[in-house]
Design a protein around this ligand. Structure first.
Ligand code: GUN
Length: 291
């Protein structure tokens, strides 16, 4: 069975449209402020996809683009202007920044009440404590996808490959919370893990977020498990018009017949990530509107 992120996203975006309409009745239009620094083609395409998705559900979005050489002050200035702007309920600074040493300072300058990416230390602390906050989009999207497809992680053993601050570690955290989205037993594997296959073979749910093709192959997963593939890797392919194709972190072909459910790439986790950004932006507008 295919875990169809596109279909689940479409369902959730319909629900968001209704919430946007309810806000419109109160004269509130959710707004997302985007900052893109530099001209990395992958970042450009992610930002475009997010802006298109905003338009689709009725969220206003505006974009400021800075050159790759932009100074720390210029970048902080844009964040500050979005912080001050009452038409902006959510701020998205697309990562990575050309100078990655600025990232933590830039994230910390975002008003936590507008931190729809969920990357601010305040948001991460609140998430860790199980308090209401903006949850990071990819982990949150994965939880909703598992729930809505009938594979809720509660009481299951989830094995994650990858310890990034954006996916692996927040996901491990959310899955261990005692609430309706979590309540799982979690093993977090990474490049320091001696025998990844030993761990993934014990899993009811395997989540690959390592940023490397073929991190999880058919021999590493037990029959009937659920596999979630977070990877987005560009591999050269002269037969494609763009000269590359996208592959995930798992051997989809090898696994498809063995597992109970698996996410495709593209069309799995990616659309869910974008949907949760829309979700957080609408939630932010609802919170601010209610003040
Ligand atoms: N780069 C990769 N994933 C993300 C994300 O979810 N948000 C932002 N801002 N940048 C990213």
């Amino acid at each position: 069975m295919i875990l169809d992120g596109k279909a689940i996203s479409a369902e959730m975006r319909e629900e968001l449209k209704a919430r946007v309409q309810a806000l419109a009745a109160k004269d509130i239009k959710p707004g997302l402020g985007v900052l893109l620094v530099g001209d990395d083609p992958a970042s450009r395409s992610y930002v475009t996809a997010k802006e298109k998705a905003c338009e689709q559900v009725g969220i206003h979005s505006e974009e400021i683009r800075l050159a790759a050489t932009a100074s720390r002050e210029e970048i902080l200035g844009v964040v500050h202007s979005y912080n001050q702007n009452p038409a902006i309920h959510g701020i998205l600074v697309q990562l990575p920044l050309p100078d990655s040493s600025m990232e933590q300072d830039v994230i910390a300058s975002i008003d936590p009440d507008k931190d729809v990416d969920g990357f601010h230390p305040v948001s991460i602390g609140r998430m860790m404590l199980g308090l209401p906050t903006f949850l990071p989009c990819t982990p949150h999207g994965i939880l909703h996808m598992l729930h809505r497809s009938g594979h809720a992680p509660s009481k299951k053993h989830v094995v994650i490959a990858g310890r990034s601050n954006i996916v692996g570690r927040p996901l491990a955290n959310l899955l261990t919370l005692k609430n309706e989205l979590g309540n799982a037993t979690v093993t977090l594997c990474h490049t320091g893990t001696t025998d990844l296959a030993y761990h993934t073979r014990q899993a009811d749910i395997v989540i690959a977020a390592a940023g490397r093709p073929n991190t999880v192959t058919a021999d590493m997963v037990r029959e009937g498990a659920v596999v979630v593939d977070v990877g987005v890797n560009r591999v050269e392919d002269a037969s494609r018009p763009r000269g590359y194709r996208l592959v995930g972190d798992v051997d989809y072909e090898g696994l498809a017949d063995k597992v109970a459910a698996i996410t495709p790439v593209p069309g799995g986790v990616g659309p869910m990530t974008i949907t949760m950004l829309l979700f957080n932006t609408v939630l932010s507008a609802e919170r601010m509107g209610g003040r």
